[in-house]
Design a protein around this ligand. Structure first.
Ligand code: T1G
Length: 699
């Protein structure tokens, strides 16, 4: 097989070209090819060497698909040492994104040139790692402490202009990158420019720099709470100031290996691929025709409808926001303007940008305004009959080929489609509140939804910056269906002996962004209350799983919106405060149900809640509601605040061991409730066969 690396002399300049689609990752073949090309350049007539890439981007990093397998020579640190010590003057020619090992390769060159549209970064912490090929030692020496701390700690890329200002790169051009890089290399040689080597530079940390490291550590303790790698990455920068280059590289390697062997790295690398896999629909031809979405109709100008309208307006599409009367629509528009005012105040958007976005939104009260919409999304009250009326009306007005979507959280998409003459053009697009912020979008495929509708919804989701996950039709689809046993176990832990603070504290210390009871207070306890009112006692299940919630609502404690729910909320700071009145209700309910309260450990709380998710997720997978286990992980990380460094509920169970998970579920079946803790057949099968959730394909 031909090498993905070629070498050719362009007059007096040797050009190494890497061509390893899709992102020129530093696979073993690429590393070997560069070593060979460098050897060739060392002995030929070249006076300088340019490293460039074919395709859409410069090297985007190490090849993540090689992680978890025995590393193969030549190792990247060896290659970069060869590059840095090369006898000829070297120039990196950067376009697209030079990330991770890609930027580390450029830092091992003497000089760096980039297209003005390029970005550079060291995103390793987002994979549970740190720059492991000299990035933490070279970048501080090249760009200084402030740039290095910012780039390495955050993992975020910076623009070419910012990189130029920080001396990460030396020259920016607008086009003709390779031609410009070759002529610049000649110019450097002709002018006797030195072969600058990062390893020869000294690096020290001033008091201000050390202060910045401390404030960054504190900020990262909040932003990446529970993650192992970011703090280690900062340790490497400190090492760069305290050790010589060689010892610093050694320290970096030690800490890199510590990160790589931490389960968080496997979890975060799993999520990297899971997010990309989720956008793919098994069995759907990649060339399926899609509807071009330019005009979007949103029905319902409430919180959800307004948030959804923002998503599409921000993407430059024209939005008609419809509600029953002028006042309702005006309130919706006002709510959107208030949201944008906050964005302007925080410097996220300018007034002009907001004006342009708002210019994309047209209020309406007459359904005729939706006649030429390409996509209509219904976001009215969560009631099947009301939604069916909306779709009957749409069916008589919207043009042929318009896609009709419901934003329902629970209602049967098939029952909604069935009231139209065009069920093939109906699907669910389930946004998560706040819709303009949460990245998850469940694309719910009805039994008659056609391929174009699904392909279009998956594509338009990415256009508006969402992460789409395909779901089949069942009560609650993927995420909310799993939430049922999650909150059931939460309520039972409470009634059996735990306190709200203990339950939420245990889950937040474990890694959840917010504990379940605090989530309930945030969403509003009255939502569940109203949903339960529509159910029979049999459908409600064990009273122990909802009586406390009902009693809180009946006592006027609706959650944050009423200043109190499972907690009291400080009116100024909105901090959540334990409330003895709540425990009085809990203890009285325990007694009424004949439950003797007991001490419940944090470990039991975490196991009951996380395994309730995994067990229901396995059922969702075996029923074909989700395409793959990793899709379920994407749902929980992007829609429910599950910690990314745990990789999602299914990866978390897999990492723990399916056999152990089944044993723990069986223990709960014996000690808690056989009805609630029936292991899913899929988990039983995998435990018996040693199979993996990640290999399960929905039939
Ligand atoms: N390795 C292997 N495959 C990769 C890859 C990588 N580094 N980056 C992307 N892909 C695949 C991806 O899975 C997808 O595959 C296809 O390329 C297109 O990606 C030693 C240890 C570069 C900004 O973290 O951020 O270097 O789904 O859909 O939206 O210190 O990919 O088509 O089969 O994302 O245009 C550090 C990760 C690695 C960069 C392009 N580097 N990649 O975005 O396309 S660790 C990264 C990205 C490291 C060193 C350390 C993005 C992108 P498929 P895509 P995109």
């Amino acid at each position: 097989m031909s090498s993905p690396v070629s070498y050719a002399l362009h007059d007096t300049v040797g050009v190494i070209t890497i061509d390893n689609p899709p992102v020129n990752a530093l696979s073993q073949a690429v590393r070997a090819g560069i070593v060979d090309a460098l050897e060739q350049a060392a002995s030929d007539s070249s006076e300088a060497v340019v490293i460039a890439c074919a395709g859409r981007t410069f090297i985007a990093g190490a090849d993540i698909t090689e992680f978890g397998r025995p590393p193969q020579e030549p190792f990247l640190p060896f290659l970069l040492d060869q590059l840095e010590q090369h006898p000829k003057l070297t120039v990196a020619a950067i376009h697209g994104t030079a990330l991770g090992g890609g930027l580390e390769t450029a830092l091992a060159c003497n000089y760096r040139m980039a297209l003005s549209s390029a970005k550079v970064g060291l995103p390793e912490v987002k994979l549970g790692l740190l720059p492991g090929a000299g990035g933490t030692q070279r970048l501080p020496r090249v760009a200084g402490a402030q740039a290095a701390i910012t780039m390495i700690g955050s993992g975020d890329p910076v623009s070419a202009s910012k990189a130029l200002a920080w001396s990460v790169i030396d020259r920016v051009v607008n086009d003709d990158l390779l031609t410009e890089a070759i002529s610049w290399a000649k110019e450097l040689v002709a002018s006797g420019a030195p072969q600058r080597k990062a390893c020869d530079e000294t690096f020290t940390l001033s008091d201000d720099d050390r202060q910045l490291i401390e404030t960054t550590r504190q900020a990262l303790n909040k932003k990446t709470r529970g993650e192992f790698a970011p703090q280690r990455a900062l340790d490497c920068i400190v090492a760069a100031a305290e050790l010589d280059f060689k010892a610093g590289l050694k320290r970096e390697r030690e800490l890199f290996i510590e990160c790589m062997s931490n389960p968080q790295a496997a979890a975060m690398q799993h999520m990297f691929f899971a997010e990309r896999e989720a956008a793919k629909v098994d069995g759907l031809d990649r060339n399926t025709p899609k509807v071009t979405i330019q005009k979007v109709g949103i029905i319902g100008a409430g919180t959800m409808g307004g948030g959804i309208a923002m998503c599409f307006a921000q993407a430059g599409m024209h939005v008609t926001l419809l509600d029953r009367d002028e006042d309702a629509v005006a309130q919706g528009i006002a709510r959107i303007e208030k949201n944008y005012a906050i964005s302007v105040k925080r410097g996220r958007l300018t007034d002009d940008q907001v004006s342009a976005i708002m210019g994309n939104i047209t209020p309406a009260t007459d359904y005729q305004a939706l006649a030429d919409a390409d996509l209509v999304i219904e976001a009215v009250f969560e009631n099947l009959a009301i939604k069916q009326d909306v779709f009957r009306t749409l069916d008589g007005i919207c043009k042929d080929g318009a896609i009709l979507a419901t934003n329902t959280s629970y209602q049967d998409v098939n029952a909604i489609a069935a009231v139209t003459q065009r069920p093939e053009w109906v699907l669910g697009m389930h946004f998560f509140s706040p819709a303009n912020v949460m990245r998850l979008l469940e694309v719910v495929r009805g039994e008659k939804s056609n391929d174009t509708v699904i392909a279009t919804a998956m594509a338009v989701a990415k256009t508006i910056g969402k992460t789409p996950v395909l779901a089949g039709v069942c009560y609650g689809f993927i995420g909310n269906r799993m939430l049922q046993p999650y909150f059931r176990e939460t309520s039972l832990c409470l009634i059996e002996g735990a306190t709200p603070a203990q339950i939420d504290g245990a889950m937040e210390r474990w890694g959840m962004a917010m504990g379940p009871l605090a989530v309930g207070d945030l969403a509003g306890l009255d939502i569940g209350y109203k949903a339960r009112e529509q159910l029979s006692d049999a459908e409600k299940g064990n009273p122990a799983s909802y009586l406390v919630a009902d009693r809180l609502v009946e006592a006027g404690r609706l959650g944050q919106k009423s200043g109190a729910g499972y907690y009291r909320y400080d009116p100024e700071t909105r901090a959540r405060l334990d409330d003895p009145d709540v425990m009085a209700i809990v203890e009285a309910t325990s007694a009424e149900l004949g439950i003797t309260r007991r001490a419940i450990s944090d470990e039991e709380i975490v196991d009951r809640l996380t395994l309730a998710l995994a067990n229901e997720g396995a059922r969702i997978l075996e029923e074909g509601i989700a395409q793959r286990a990793s899709d379920i992980d994407v749902v929980y990380i992007y829609g429910y605040g599950f910690p990314r460094f745990k990789g999602g509920p299914m990866h978390n169970a897999e990492a723990r061991g399916i056999a152990e998970v089944v044993a723990r579920i069986n223990e709960f079946a014996e000690t808690l409730s056989a009805e609630n803790w029936q292991p899913s057949q899929l988990l039983l099968d995998l435990a018996a066969s040693g199979g993996k959730l990640r290999d399960v394909k929905a039939h």
